[in-house]
Design a protein around this ligand. Structure first.
Ligand SMILES: [Zn+2]
Length: 402
């Protein structure tokens, strides 16, 4: 099983400079390869990634005479892996045509030259041309190191180490654990049908004033001056801190949910649609709910817990969890769900979570003989426009309340 562990590094000043130089070299190689590829296309010649690598190697010592001090893995991986992937994604229609990399955004390079070429001993990693670099932690997994990417976030350097583990984690025993429905939102990051409430850290909101102040000061500085760079670093550091707070909350919540469930029911979010609403966009981006659900999915997969995603238009917060009547006139100003058909009263998010649990419960009975899933019968389907606008209304309400 392939697993990634990202570890913060503690390079000395020389090593930190070397990291930055390697990132620059990777960018130069990528851009050179891309330019070469484009010229080839104009002339009607298709250069494969192998050709591009060979052509770059032929000229690199003349054109970029400083490259001898660098590990050649940086340029090779930039063309062979990154550029090749970008071209592949373009050909398959998944992405647009690759763009040239800008200096400001090129803060990573891949350091290995294949499986088992990088060694880690204790809290140290040996990188080509750079040597032993101290790490903040031990590598969490045992196995062969397949890939090492060095990158910078905020003020700190990291090594993302991909390991092919030969020791499998003990898979959690699902017996005795409940099926859990998870409702995500802005007010609470997640509410489970087991009545667990996970708070949203609102990381950006907490630091918004500070960030704005720094950005204002930054705008007044002379570009390229000492103070301009100082503030630039400060802003990057604050952004990094915001990401850390958010990530931490996500990791804690997803691990707790996955560990306590035998199967999980979630909703499918139309975040792209919701983010078009400008009043909501910031709060939604701050909560980054889709990242949360992605994290929940991969952790569930690692622990062998099945995830059932409800139909995109399933009205999880408008259905009564007691009698499954859909109340489309549900008053949006109410944090509590009150069913007019049976009188059932419950917290709005909890009611939604219980409905998602029902979806996950119903799933086993709706698998056909081949094991393919059939959409559960009880999932009432509203018209798409109506459902979309309901989602937005609901989220708007939560936003204004929070
Ligand atoms: Zn009811």
């Amino acid at each position: 099983m392939l697993k990634t562990h990202t570890i913060a590094l503690a390079p000395n000043n020389v090593q930190a400079t070397q990291f930055a130089q390697h990132c620059g070299y990777a960018r130069v190689a990528y851009n050179h390869g891309l330019a070469d590829f484009k010229t080839g296309l104009d002339e009607g010649v298709w250069h494969s990634h192998i050709d591009l690598c060979r052509r770059f190697n032929a000229i690199k010592h003349d054109t970029y005479d400083w490259c001898g001090d660098m590990s050649q893995n940086a340029s090779k991986n930039a063309i062979y892996t990154n550029l090749n992937d970008a071209v592949k994604r373009w050909r398959s229609g998944q992405n647009r045509f690759p763009k040239f990399k800008k200096r400001a955004h090129s803060k990573s390079y891949q350091a290995d030259s294949g499986r088992g070429t990088i060694s880690v001993v204790g809290k140290r990693i040996k990188l080509p041309k750079i040597g032993w670099v101290r790490m903040f932690e031990n590598l969490r997994y045992l196995g062969t190191i397949c890939k090492v990417v060095i990158s910078k976030h905020g003020h700190r350097w990291f090594a993302s180490i991909l390991v092919d583990t030969f020791v499998d984690d003990p898979i959690s025993d699902p017996r005795g654990k409940p099926i859990v429905g998870v409702d995500v939102g802005i007010k609470h990051l997640a509410v489970t049908s087991e009545r667990q409430y996970f708070e949203n850290p609102k990381a950006l909101r907490r630091h918004e004033r500070k960030l704005k102040r720094l950005q204002r000061q930054f705008s007044r500085k002379v570009k390229g001056s000492r103070n301009w760079y100082k503030l630039k670093d400060k802003i990057a550091k604050l952004h990094y801190r915001i990401t850390c707070i958010r990530k931490d909350a996500h990791h804690k919540a997803t691990t707790a949910i996955v560990k306590g469930a035998s199967r999980i029911g979630i909703e499918s979010l139309n975040v792209a649609g919701m983010i078009k609403n400008h009043r909501l966009a910031k709060a939604l981006a701050d909560a980054s709910l889709s990242t949360f659900l992605e994290m929940l999915k991969y952790k569930a997969e690692q622990m062998d817990v099945k995830i059932i995603e409800a139909d995109r238009f399933y009205p999880s917060s408008k259905t009564c969890s007691a009698c499954s009547v859909v109340d489309s006139d549900l008053s949006l100003s109410d944090r509590t769900y009150h069913c007019r058909a049976c009188g059932h009263t419950q917290d709005r998010d909890l009611n939604a979570a219980i409905n998602l649990r029902t979806v996950a419960e119903g799933h086993s009975e709706t698998e056909n003989a081949c094991g393919d899933s059939v959409r559960p019968q009880q999932l009432g389907r509203e018209s798409s426009n109506q459902a979309d606008s309901t989602v937005i209304d609901e989220q708007l309400l939560l936003f204004s309340l929070s």
